[in-house]
Design a protein around this ligand. Structure first.
Ligand SMILES: [Zn+2]
Length: 103
């Protein structure tokens, strides 16, 4: 969520986001975003809706990346082993057809 630039010093014809970490004053000096307002006084990049969508996209990318990690694949492989072992035990407990009379 972008911070709002101090209302007292704010230029109403520009996006109201406070920017730091760039420009000639570096990260210690905040300045107002230079873009034109797009909606609700924010530019398209700093609007809360855009930022929420960006966060969601980053989260999805992170989850996708995590799902492909070796540790995650190992976890799923182990789950599969547990499932297959249960299936094997289930099948082994069944009497083979035709062998009941021989016993
Ligand atoms: Zn902006």
């Amino acid at each position: 969520m972008a911070y709002e630039y101090e209302p007292v010093n704010r230029d109403p014809n520009r996006c109201k986001a406070s920017i730091s970490g760039e420009g000639k004053y570096g990260s210690f000096h905040a300045h107002q975003c230079s873009r034109k307002p797009w909606k609700d006084g924010w530019c398209k990049q700093h609007h809360p809706d855009t930022e929420a969508a960006r966060r969601k996209q980053n989260e999805e990318r992170y989850q996708q990346k995590r799902a492909l990690s070796p540790l995650s694949q190992l976890y799923r492989a182990n789950e599969e082993i547990v499932r297959l072992k249960a299936r094997i035990a289930e099948l082994e407990s069944v009497q083979p057809v035709g062998e009941q009379k021989e016993a």
